[in-house]
Ligand binder design. Structure first.
Ligand code: SF4
Ligand code: SF4
Length: 401
């Protein structure tokens, strides 16, 4: 696509990237076929091709308004369009960079500013989020039904395994998962322990930065990325095998540090090495002998999060592991479509999110499995508030809880 960037874009360090991405799109429209928001609305501007066109107009200096901002905000950043695109267009990077520029030109509504401020001021900070959750648990009885289902009573978790193995991997606990579902990383530690691998939790690591990045707070996201690299660096120098993630949403962000910090002379190389070490835990387990796990032919549905299948490109990996462990996976139609969770999207765009959740649960429950397994805390919380079946993390399932 012929592109002439505006002067304000030419002064940015990402100008070459932006131009290359815009030029790689040939406007074929194949991506619309797998875009959840296009499929719901039928509106070209609610699909990736339309959004790329809107971003191109903005980057070429045409005035942008609320309508453009809204079409971009409706995007789930699910990545289904990138999986479908035959030209390899890096839509996600274009959206993230472009949305920040649109937000600089079009002020957010007062309501959105308040919501955004609260999210950025609380969610990425473990103590603040813990405090909010404790408060919400105390007053759970007077919460609306949708929130009540998300604010579950605190679970007791078994202790972390004590054995020390020669093989060691790190886990970054993240910001909300330890408070909402501490059993997930404990299950990961036990699963790995059974395979002769020690899991070391880096408890002083901050949030991965995904929330800040996707809400156009890029500088803060970069700061969190640098902090994470700094706290993990001594372990990497000490020879840990990998940095594993038990939440595919955070995994995608950590993998993106190489791209996020590519223009920083002090961190670019470190970020590249760091991102190379980041693995979804399924990438470790898939290479191991899994005979110790027995699913006893339990029929389950697996919800493959967008971050796992489109972001990390690990479609079918967890499913294969579960099948090797004697679980029977029921077919799930439209498995490539987002469930509507998408980080904080369900809070910012409740109507679209609710429709996608309804569709996803219909597909997951259609074959009457005994439970739903997933690999991302956001999808888990989002689905469980309306599911008829139990929704759990696949590692908790594997660990036999
Ligand atoms: S993003 Fe890819 S699939 Fe979509 S219109 Fe552009 S080239 Fe075609
Ligand atoms: S990221 Fe998802 S919602 Fe956004 S344009 Fe691509 S397919 Fe559509």
């Amino acid at each position: 696509m012929q592109t002439t960037l505006a002067e304000f874009v030419k002064s940015r360090e990402e100008k070459g990237e932006l131009e290359a991405i815009l030029r790689s799109c040939v406007h074929c429209g194949f991506c619309n076929a797998t875009c959840p928001t296009y499929l719901l609305s039928g509106n070209e501007l609610e699909g990736p091709r339309g959004r790329i066109y809107l971003l191109k107009q903005m980057l070429e200096g045409e005035p942008v308004g609320k309508a453009t901002q809204q079409h971009l905000d409706h995007c789930l950043s699910c990545g289904a369009c990138e999986t479908t695109c035959p030209s390899g267009v890096n839509y996600g990077r274009l959206l993230d960079l472009g949305r920040e520029m649109v937000d600089e030109q079009v002020p957010l509504s007062f309501f959105r500013q308040i919501i955004r401020g609260l999210m950025l001021g609380i969610f990425p900070y473990k103590r603040r989020f813990n405090g909010l959750l404790t408060f919400a648990r105390v007053f759970r009885f007077c919460l609306p039904a949708t929130l009540k289902n998300r604010v579950r009573p605190k679970k007791s978790v078994k202790p972390w395994p004590q054995r020390l193995h020669d093989r060691r991997v790190l886990v970054l606990p993240g910001c909300v998962q330890p408070a909402l579902s501490p059993e997930i990383d404990v299950a990961a530690a036990h699963v790995l322990d059974k395979l002769g691998i020690s899991l070391i939790a880096v408890d002083d690591s901050p949030c991965c930065g995904a929330l800040n990045y996707h809400l156009s707070a890029h500088e803060k996201a970069k700061q969190l990325a640098r902090n994470n690299i700094d706290v993990c660096w001594p372990y990497l120098e000490d020879g840990v095998e990998a940095i594993i993630m038990t939440s595919s949403g955070c995994g995608v962000m950590l993998k993106d540090y190489a791209s996020l910090l590519q223009y920083e002379s002090e961190y670019a190389e470190k970020a590249r090495l760091f991102s190379n070490k980041v693995k979804d835990i399924s990438e470790i387990l898939v290479r191991e002998d899994l005979a110790v796990f027995d699913g006893e032919n339990k029929r389950i549905a697996f919800q493959s999060p967008c971050t796992l299948q489109h972001g990390l490109k690990l479609n079918g990996v967890v499913e294969g592991i579960l099948q090797r462990c004697a679980y029977v996976l029921v077919p799930v139609r439209d498995g490539h479509l987002c469930c509507g969770s998408a980080g904080v999207y369900s809070l910012l765009q409740p109507a679209i999110s609710a429709q996608l959740k309804h569709n996803k649960l219909g597909a997951l429950q259609q074959q009457q499995p005994s439970l739903i397994a997933t690999s991302n805390i956001g999808c888990l919380m989002h689905l469980q508030d309306a599911a008829e079946l139990e929704v759990m993390h696949w590692l908790v399932l594997l660990d036999g809880e």
